[in-house]
Design a protein around this ligand. Structure first.
Ligand code: DP6
Length: 362
Protein backbone atom coordinates (compact mmCIF):
# COMPACT_ATOMS: atom_id res chain seq x y z
CA UNK A 1 0.00 0.00 0.00
CA UNK A 2 1.15 3.55 -0.57
CA UNK A 3 -0.38 6.97 0.14
CA UNK A 4 -2.28 7.20 -3.14
CA UNK A 5 -4.15 3.96 -2.39
CA UNK A 6 -6.01 5.92 0.30
CA UNK A 7 -7.35 8.56 -2.09
CA UNK A 8 -10.91 7.50 -2.90
CA UNK A 9 -12.57 7.47 -6.32
CA UNK A 10 -15.28 10.14 -6.74
CA UNK A 11 -18.18 9.37 -4.43
CA UNK A 12 -21.47 8.30 -6.01
CA UNK A 13 -23.74 8.34 -2.95
CA UNK A 14 -25.24 11.48 -1.44
CA UNK A 15 -25.52 12.02 2.30
CA UNK A 16 -27.12 14.91 4.15
CA UNK A 17 -26.42 14.31 7.84
CA UNK A 18 -25.88 11.72 10.52
CA UNK A 19 -23.65 10.79 13.44
CA UNK A 20 -21.26 8.05 14.52
CA UNK A 21 -19.71 7.25 17.88
CA UNK A 22 -16.49 5.32 18.44
CA UNK A 23 -14.44 4.62 21.51
CA UNK A 24 -10.73 4.09 21.05
CA UNK A 25 -8.10 3.20 23.63
CA UNK A 26 -4.74 4.58 24.58
CA UNK A 27 -1.61 2.50 24.00
CA UNK A 28 1.76 2.14 25.68
CA UNK A 29 4.85 1.61 23.55
CA UNK A 30 7.36 -1.12 24.44
CA UNK A 31 9.76 -0.06 21.66
CA UNK A 32 9.33 3.69 21.36
CA UNK A 33 8.63 6.04 18.47
CA UNK A 34 10.74 9.15 18.97
CA UNK A 35 11.78 11.05 15.87
CA UNK A 36 9.83 11.46 12.66
CA UNK A 37 10.25 12.52 9.06
CA UNK A 38 7.93 14.68 7.01
CA UNK A 39 4.24 13.67 6.96
CA UNK A 40 4.38 11.81 10.24
CA UNK A 41 6.62 9.04 8.92
CA UNK A 42 8.44 7.47 11.89
CA UNK A 43 12.24 7.32 11.93
CA UNK A 44 12.02 3.82 13.43
CA UNK A 45 9.45 1.09 13.92
CA UNK A 46 7.67 0.80 17.28
CA UNK A 47 5.43 -1.71 19.04
CA UNK A 48 2.82 -1.15 21.74
CA UNK A 49 0.37 -2.84 24.04
CA UNK A 50 -3.14 -1.55 23.43
CA UNK A 51 -4.80 -0.52 26.69
CA UNK A 52 -8.29 -1.37 27.81
CA UNK A 53 -9.62 1.09 30.39
CA UNK A 54 -7.94 4.32 29.21
CA UNK A 55 -9.93 5.45 26.21
CA UNK A 56 -11.65 8.32 24.43
CA UNK A 57 -15.24 8.17 23.25
CA UNK A 58 -16.08 10.51 20.39
CA UNK A 59 -19.42 11.28 18.78
CA UNK A 60 -19.12 12.95 15.41
CA UNK A 61 -22.29 14.57 14.08
CA UNK A 62 -22.29 15.95 10.55
CA UNK A 63 -24.67 18.00 8.42
CA UNK A 64 -24.36 19.31 4.87
CA UNK A 65 -23.42 22.99 4.56
CA UNK A 66 -23.62 25.54 1.73
CA UNK A 67 -20.18 27.12 1.87
CA UNK A 68 -17.54 24.55 0.86
CA UNK A 69 -14.55 26.89 1.09
CA UNK A 70 -13.38 26.10 4.60
CA UNK A 71 -13.58 23.48 7.34
CA UNK A 72 -16.33 24.05 9.85
CA UNK A 73 -16.49 22.26 13.20
CA UNK A 74 -17.01 22.69 16.93
CA UNK A 75 -15.30 20.63 19.61
CA UNK A 76 -16.65 19.71 23.03
CA UNK A 77 -14.92 17.91 25.88
CA UNK A 78 -17.38 16.61 28.48
CA UNK A 79 -20.07 18.87 26.99
CA UNK A 80 -17.89 21.96 27.32
CA UNK A 81 -16.87 23.85 24.18
CA UNK A 82 -13.13 23.64 23.66
CA UNK A 83 -11.91 26.16 21.13
CA UNK A 84 -8.31 25.55 22.18
CA UNK A 85 -8.56 22.02 20.64
CA UNK A 86 -9.47 23.51 17.26
CA UNK A 87 -6.02 24.32 15.80
CA UNK A 88 -4.85 20.71 16.20
CA UNK A 89 -7.99 19.41 14.50
CA UNK A 90 -7.76 22.04 11.77
CA UNK A 91 -4.19 20.84 11.04
CA UNK A 92 -5.42 17.25 11.06
CA UNK A 93 -8.24 18.07 8.62
CA UNK A 94 -5.79 19.87 6.29
CA UNK A 95 -3.49 16.85 6.28
CA UNK A 96 -6.24 14.35 5.55
CA UNK A 97 -8.44 16.39 3.19
CA UNK A 98 -6.96 14.75 0.12
CA UNK A 99 -7.92 11.31 1.53
CA UNK A 100 -11.43 12.37 2.65
CA UNK A 101 -12.72 14.82 0.05
CA UNK A 102 -16.03 15.31 1.90
CA UNK A 103 -14.47 17.24 4.79
CA UNK A 104 -15.45 20.71 3.54
CA UNK A 105 -18.98 19.60 2.61
CA UNK A 106 -20.18 19.24 6.19
CA UNK A 107 -20.33 21.08 9.46
CA UNK A 108 -19.08 18.75 12.20
CA UNK A 109 -19.81 18.60 15.89
CA UNK A 110 -17.13 16.65 17.73
CA UNK A 111 -18.18 15.58 21.22
CA UNK A 112 -15.52 13.79 23.14
CA UNK A 113 -14.87 12.41 26.62
CA UNK A 114 -12.05 10.45 28.20
CA UNK A 115 -12.32 7.60 30.69
CA UNK A 116 -9.31 9.05 32.52
CA UNK A 117 -9.26 12.51 34.11
CA UNK A 118 -8.29 15.23 31.65
CA UNK A 119 -5.60 16.56 33.94
CA UNK A 120 -3.97 13.20 34.60
CA UNK A 121 -0.90 13.82 32.46
CA UNK A 122 -2.11 10.96 30.27
CA UNK A 123 -1.97 12.08 26.67
CA UNK A 124 -5.33 11.76 24.98
CA UNK A 125 -3.96 12.37 21.48
CA UNK A 126 -3.59 8.66 20.60
CA UNK A 127 -7.08 7.68 21.78
CA UNK A 128 -8.64 10.97 20.64
CA UNK A 129 -7.19 11.06 17.14
CA UNK A 130 -7.92 7.37 16.54
CA UNK A 131 -11.54 7.74 17.70
CA UNK A 132 -12.00 10.76 15.40
CA UNK A 133 -10.37 8.96 12.46
CA UNK A 134 -12.75 6.02 12.95
CA UNK A 135 -15.81 8.30 13.01
CA UNK A 136 -14.61 9.88 9.76
CA UNK A 137 -14.14 6.45 8.20
CA UNK A 138 -17.70 5.54 9.21
CA UNK A 139 -18.83 8.55 7.15
CA UNK A 140 -16.68 7.45 4.22
CA UNK A 141 -18.28 4.02 4.45
CA UNK A 142 -21.64 5.69 3.78
CA UNK A 143 -20.19 7.09 0.56
CA UNK A 144 -18.38 3.91 -0.51
CA UNK A 145 -20.40 0.91 0.55
CA UNK A 146 -18.03 -1.86 -0.43
CA UNK A 147 -15.15 -0.89 1.88
CA UNK A 148 -13.74 -4.09 3.43
CA UNK A 149 -13.23 -4.31 7.18
CA UNK A 150 -9.51 -4.64 6.60
CA UNK A 151 -9.30 -1.50 4.46
CA UNK A 152 -11.54 0.38 6.90
CA UNK A 153 -9.16 -0.23 9.81
CA UNK A 154 -6.05 0.30 7.72
CA UNK A 155 -7.26 3.64 6.40
CA UNK A 156 -8.49 4.71 9.85
CA UNK A 157 -5.01 3.94 11.22
CA UNK A 158 -3.42 5.78 8.27
CA UNK A 159 -5.57 8.85 9.01
CA UNK A 160 -5.02 8.62 12.78
CA UNK A 161 -1.25 8.65 12.14
CA UNK A 162 -1.62 11.99 10.39
CA UNK A 163 -3.31 13.31 13.55
CA UNK A 164 -0.77 11.93 16.01
CA UNK A 165 1.82 9.27 15.16
CA UNK A 166 1.17 6.91 18.05
CA UNK A 167 -2.61 7.12 17.42
CA UNK A 168 -2.21 4.70 14.51
CA UNK A 169 -1.38 1.97 17.06
CA UNK A 170 -4.64 2.39 19.01
CA UNK A 171 -7.24 0.83 16.73
CA UNK A 172 -6.60 -2.85 17.32
CA UNK A 173 -5.08 -5.02 20.00
CA UNK A 174 -3.42 -6.50 21.75
CA UNK A 175 -0.01 -5.73 20.26
CA UNK A 176 0.44 -3.35 17.33
CA UNK A 177 3.49 -2.54 15.22
CA UNK A 178 3.93 0.70 13.34
CA UNK A 179 6.88 1.34 11.04
CA UNK A 180 8.50 -0.78 8.36
CA UNK A 181 10.61 -3.61 9.75
CA UNK A 182 12.16 -6.27 7.51
CA UNK A 183 11.30 -9.11 9.86
CA UNK A 184 7.68 -8.14 10.48
CA UNK A 185 5.35 -9.12 7.67
CA UNK A 186 2.98 -6.39 6.51
CA UNK A 187 4.57 -3.69 8.69
CA UNK A 188 4.35 -0.20 7.25
CA UNK A 189 5.40 3.37 7.96
CA UNK A 190 1.91 4.48 6.95
CA UNK A 191 -0.29 2.63 9.46
CA UNK A 192 -0.24 0.27 12.41
CA UNK A 193 -0.71 -3.48 11.95
CA UNK A 194 -1.59 -6.18 14.43
CA UNK A 195 1.55 -7.96 15.57
CA UNK A 196 1.46 -10.99 13.27
CA UNK A 197 3.43 -13.61 15.25
CA UNK A 198 2.89 -16.05 18.08
CA UNK A 199 2.77 -14.53 21.57
CA UNK A 200 3.51 -16.57 24.71
CA UNK A 201 0.75 -17.11 27.26
CA UNK A 202 2.68 -15.02 29.84
CA UNK A 203 1.91 -11.88 27.88
CA UNK A 204 -1.83 -12.46 27.73
CA UNK A 205 -3.79 -10.15 29.98
CA UNK A 206 -0.63 -8.22 30.95
CA UNK A 207 -1.35 -5.48 33.48
CA UNK A 208 -0.39 -1.81 33.31
CA UNK A 209 -0.93 0.27 36.41
CA UNK A 210 -0.32 3.91 35.56
CA UNK A 211 1.11 5.86 38.47
CA UNK A 212 0.14 9.52 38.15
CA UNK A 213 3.31 11.23 39.33
CA UNK A 214 2.65 14.56 37.70
CA UNK A 215 -0.75 15.51 36.42
CA UNK A 216 0.24 18.91 35.04
CA UNK A 217 0.70 19.96 31.46
CA UNK A 218 4.08 18.77 30.05
CA UNK A 219 6.69 21.52 29.70
CA UNK A 220 7.81 20.13 26.34
CA UNK A 221 5.29 18.62 23.93
CA UNK A 222 5.93 15.42 22.00
CA UNK A 223 6.03 17.32 18.71
CA UNK A 224 8.81 19.54 19.99
CA UNK A 225 10.63 16.46 21.35
CA UNK A 226 10.36 14.63 18.02
CA UNK A 227 11.73 17.66 16.20
CA UNK A 228 14.76 17.77 18.48
CA UNK A 229 15.79 14.40 17.04
CA UNK A 230 16.79 16.25 13.86
CA UNK A 231 20.52 16.76 14.12
CA UNK A 232 20.60 14.97 17.49
CA UNK A 233 24.10 13.52 17.97
CA UNK A 234 22.82 10.05 18.90
CA UNK A 235 19.80 9.90 16.61
CA UNK A 236 21.10 7.41 14.05
CA UNK A 237 22.33 4.97 16.72
CA UNK A 238 18.99 5.28 18.48
CA UNK A 239 17.01 4.47 15.32
CA UNK A 240 19.26 1.44 14.71
CA UNK A 241 18.80 0.32 18.30
CA UNK A 242 15.01 0.50 17.99
CA UNK A 243 15.18 -1.69 14.87
CA UNK A 244 17.34 -4.22 16.72
CA UNK A 245 15.02 -4.15 19.73
CA UNK A 246 12.09 -4.93 17.50
CA UNK A 247 13.96 -7.97 16.16
CA UNK A 248 14.76 -9.06 19.73
CA UNK A 249 11.23 -8.59 21.03
CA UNK A 250 9.97 -11.10 18.45
CA UNK A 251 11.79 -13.97 20.13
CA UNK A 252 11.00 -12.63 23.61
CA UNK A 253 7.27 -12.49 22.88
CA UNK A 254 7.40 -16.01 21.48
CA UNK A 255 9.42 -17.62 24.27
CA UNK A 256 7.86 -15.72 27.18
CA UNK A 257 11.32 -14.77 28.48
CA UNK A 258 10.20 -12.19 31.04
CA UNK A 259 13.72 -11.28 32.16
CA UNK A 260 14.66 -10.39 28.60
CA UNK A 261 11.36 -8.50 28.27
CA UNK A 262 12.15 -6.42 31.37
CA UNK A 263 15.65 -5.60 30.08
CA UNK A 264 14.38 -4.47 26.70
CA UNK A 265 11.36 -2.50 27.91
CA UNK A 266 13.14 -0.63 30.70
CA UNK A 267 16.09 0.16 28.46
CA UNK A 268 13.71 1.56 25.83
CA UNK A 269 12.03 3.79 28.43
CA UNK A 270 15.31 5.15 29.76
CA UNK A 271 16.71 5.59 26.24
CA UNK A 272 13.67 7.69 25.30
CA UNK A 273 14.38 9.98 28.25
CA UNK A 274 18.11 9.93 27.54
CA UNK A 275 17.32 11.27 24.07
CA UNK A 276 15.43 14.13 25.70
CA UNK A 277 18.27 14.86 28.10
CA UNK A 278 20.81 14.90 25.27
CA UNK A 279 18.74 17.04 22.88
CA UNK A 280 19.71 20.64 22.27
CA UNK A 281 17.96 22.34 23.98
CA UNK A 282 17.91 19.53 26.55
CA UNK A 283 15.01 18.81 28.85
CA UNK A 284 13.92 16.41 31.58
CA UNK A 285 10.36 15.16 31.88
CA UNK A 286 10.96 12.75 34.76
CA UNK A 287 10.32 14.04 38.27
CA UNK A 288 12.10 13.02 41.49
CA UNK A 289 9.18 10.68 42.25
CA UNK A 290 9.59 8.97 38.86
CA UNK A 291 13.07 7.92 40.00
CA UNK A 292 11.86 6.95 43.48
CA UNK A 293 9.36 4.59 41.86
CA UNK A 294 11.93 3.10 39.48
CA UNK A 295 14.29 2.38 42.37
CA UNK A 296 11.49 0.82 44.42
CA UNK A 297 10.57 -1.43 41.49
CA UNK A 298 14.18 -2.52 41.12
CA UNK A 299 14.53 -3.39 44.80
CA UNK A 300 11.17 -5.19 44.89
CA UNK A 301 12.29 -7.28 41.93
CA UNK A 302 15.64 -7.96 43.57
CA UNK A 303 14.11 -9.10 46.85
CA UNK A 304 11.13 -11.07 45.54
CA UNK A 305 12.08 -12.33 42.06
CA UNK A 306 8.98 -10.61 40.69
CA UNK A 307 8.82 -9.89 36.95
CA UNK A 308 7.31 -6.44 37.40
CA UNK A 309 8.91 -3.69 35.31
CA UNK A 310 8.29 -0.10 34.27
CA UNK A 311 8.03 1.93 31.15
CA UNK A 312 7.59 5.65 30.59
CA UNK A 313 6.02 7.75 27.89
CA UNK A 314 6.91 11.37 27.25
CA UNK A 315 6.12 12.48 30.78
CA UNK A 316 6.72 11.83 34.48
CA UNK A 317 4.07 9.14 34.97
CA UNK A 318 5.21 5.54 35.38
CA UNK A 319 3.54 2.59 33.67
CA UNK A 320 4.02 -0.46 35.88
CA UNK A 321 3.82 -3.60 33.74
CA UNK A 322 3.30 -7.08 35.21
CA UNK A 323 1.97 -10.49 34.24
CA UNK A 324 -1.50 -11.67 35.22
CA UNK A 325 -0.17 -14.28 37.67
CA UNK A 326 1.43 -11.50 39.76
CA UNK A 327 -1.61 -9.23 39.76
CA UNK A 328 -2.39 -9.62 43.47
CA UNK A 329 1.16 -9.32 44.82
CA UNK A 330 2.21 -6.42 42.59
CA UNK A 331 -0.94 -4.45 43.33
CA UNK A 332 -0.23 -4.90 47.03
CA UNK A 333 3.33 -3.65 46.46
CA UNK A 334 2.00 -0.66 44.50
CA UNK A 335 -0.44 0.26 47.27
CA UNK A 336 2.10 -0.22 50.04
CA UNK A 337 5.18 1.33 48.47
CA UNK A 338 4.49 3.29 45.31
CA UNK A 339 1.25 5.18 45.81
CA UNK A 340 2.97 7.65 48.16
CA UNK A 341 4.92 8.94 45.16
CA UNK A 342 1.76 9.65 43.14
CA UNK A 343 0.18 13.09 43.04
CA UNK A 344 -2.78 12.92 45.44
CA UNK A 345 -2.14 9.16 45.64
CA UNK A 346 -3.80 8.64 42.25
CA UNK A 347 -3.19 5.76 39.88
CA UNK A 348 -5.13 3.90 37.16
CA UNK A 349 -5.35 0.14 36.90
CA UNK A 350 -5.33 -0.85 33.28
CA UNK A 351 -4.44 -3.92 31.25
CA UNK A 352 -3.98 -5.05 27.68
CA UNK A 353 -7.01 -4.40 25.51
CA UNK A 354 -8.28 -5.28 22.08
CA UNK A 355 -8.91 -2.03 20.30
CA UNK A 356 -11.56 0.43 19.25
CA UNK A 357 -15.32 -0.12 19.23
CA UNK A 358 -18.20 1.33 17.30
CA UNK A 359 -20.83 2.42 19.79
CA UNK A 360 -24.30 1.60 18.59
CA UNK A 361 -26.73 4.30 19.61
CA UNK A 362 -30.26 2.90 20.01
C1 DP6 B 1 6.98 8.87 23.78
O1 DP6 B 1 2.46 10.16 18.91
O2 DP6 B 1 2.35 11.84 20.79
O3 DP6 B 1 4.72 8.21 23.53
O4 DP6 B 1 3.22 12.12 16.29
O5 DP6 B 1 3.90 14.29 17.32
O6 DP6 B 1 1.63 13.33 17.80
P1 DP6 B 1 3.08 13.05 17.47
O7 DP6 B 1 3.72 12.33 18.72
P2 DP6 B 1 3.14 11.22 19.70
O8 DP6 B 1 4.51 10.64 20.28
C2 DP6 B 1 4.48 9.59 21.18
C3 DP6 B 1 5.82 9.35 21.70
C4 DP6 B 1 5.94 8.35 22.83
C5 DP6 B 1 6.42 7.01 22.32
C6 DP6 B 1 5.43 6.12 21.62
O9 DP6 B 1 4.22 6.17 21.92
O10 DP6 B 1 5.90 5.31 20.78
Amino acid sequence: MNETDFIPKPYLNHIESGDFTWSSPSNIALVKYWGKKQDQIPENPSISFTLDYCKTTTKLSFSKKENKEAFSFDVFLDNEKKDDFKPKIETFFKRIEIYLPFLKDFHFKIETSNSFPHSSGIASSASGMSALALCLMSIEKEFVENISDEFFIQKASFLARLGSGSACRSLEGDLVVWGKHDEIDGSSDLFGVKYPFEVHQSFKNYHDTILLVDKGEKQVSSSVGHNLMYGHPFAQQRFEQANKNLSSIKSILKSGDLNAFIGLVESEALTLHAMMMTSMPYFILMKPNTLEIINKIWSFRESTGSKVCFTLDAGANVHVLYPENEAVSVLKFIKNELVIFCQKGEYINDKIGFGAQLIKVE
